[in-house]
Design a protein around this ligand. Structure first.
Ligand code: GLY
Length: 341
């Protein structure tokens, strides 16, 4: 039994299909008239969607390397060369099959090839299902930081087949919990009370509603970056030894300390963050000893939200919201509270 969540974006609205066996519905999401499908995936992704495509579609497979180093402009260039060799036109489709890295890269390649052709995502990780595959953010990393080059390019549909999670390593599931804990703080929902399929569908619905109200992050959508300002810096500073969901978990704890330093929340609310992130979602909030605060501050200045000094998404009396111009003094005080050298 699958559930469909609609992302409402006018004539670019689309369905996210969630549940066991959802990949069987892939054919129903393919736009009319498509003759070729370029399946972008990784060797390590144990999911083959070619059998789900109508027999009239010619499918080609295009591999992306494992690891964040392959989330790069040179990968986009190579994929586009392969699309050219496959004769992919603007009336065809790209299908990203994998975790967030694959769907970000596949989405950006689709946004760029012939100035844009439809893309579908078959998300195979928990992080991808509840966050990366939904909402149309695509892109790659450059030396200056993560996801600094990209485009908003909405998919034509997303598949979240929870059968694909059964073989997922424990660490990957933990990473998904980092993003789920974020939705807990955004809504107060007790997501862990739901079964897995409903929990994912609820996270997708929360994200869909926010994206539907602010597709291009001119305001409200920024709340989806809760924990991400420090989180992205941690990923880069540890050379991606810390995964995205793990970094976001630490980033949310840091954001709670920073909000307390700024008088936006009290000590009880900081303690609640620790209880939820560590106690309920089983995540660590320790910043690795190999990382210095000076390096993290430098990296945070490259964050896409850093338009006017350092910007953080912080909890407060009005809920979670972006806060601009946070002083370095306050940031140092929050690092002090977490004993970061
Ligand atoms: N991952 C945050 C967003 O999609 O806006």
């Amino acid at each position: 039994m699958t559930q469909r969540v609609r992302v409402e974006l006018g004539d670019r609205s689309y369905d996210v299909v969630v549940g066991r066996g959802a990949v069987g519905e892939l054919g129903s999401l393919i736009p009319r008239g498509v003759r070729r499908a370029a399946i972008v995936t990784q060797k390590s992704v144990p999911v083959d969607v070619s059998a789900q495509l109508p027999g009239s579609i010619v499918a080609t497979r295009h591999l992306v390397g494992d690891g964040e180093a392959h989330k790069s402009l040179s990968t986009i260039e190579r994929l586009c060369a392969e699309f050219a060799a496959a004769g992919l036109t603007r009336n065809d489709v790209v299908i990203g099959v994998g975790g967030g890295m694959v769907t970000d890269v596949a989405g950006f390649a689709a946004a760029s090839w012939h100035r844009g052709l439809p893309v579908l995502h078959v998300s195979t990780t928990l992080v991808g299902m509840v966050d990366a595959a939904i909402g149309g953010k695509t892109g790659v990393n450059i030396a200056a930081g993560k996801n600094l080059v990209g485009a908003f390019w909405q998919p034509s549909g997303v598949i979240c087949d929870t059968d694909h999670l059964t073989s997922l390593p424990e660490r990957e599931l933990r990473c998904g919990h980092g993003e789920m804990a974020k939705y807990h703080f955004l809504t107060g929902d007790d997501l862990l009370a739901l079964d897995l399929d409903s929990r994912i569908a609820r996270c997708v619905a929360i994200k869909a509603e926010i994206v539907g109200s602010d597709e291009r992050e001119s305001g409200r959508r920024a709340v989806l970056n809760y924990g991400h300002t420090l989180g992205h810096a941690l990923e880069t500073a540890t050379d991606f030894a810390l995964a995205h969901g793990e970094s976001v978990a630490i980033g949310m704890m840091f954001a709670a300390q920073l909000a307390a330093v700024l008088g936006r929340i009290d000590a009880d609310r900081v303690a609640e963050h620790r209880k939820v992130i560590v106690g309920e979602y089983g995540l660590s909030v320790e910043i690795p000893r190999t990382v210095t605060r000076a390096r993290l501050i430098e990296l945070m200045h490259h964050d896409k939200k850093a338009v006017d000094g350092l910007t953080f998404v912080l909890d407060g009396a009005n809920g979670i919201e972006p806060v601009r111009g946070v002083s370095e003094r306050a940031i140092h005080q929050a690092f002090d509270a977490l004993s970061v050298p």
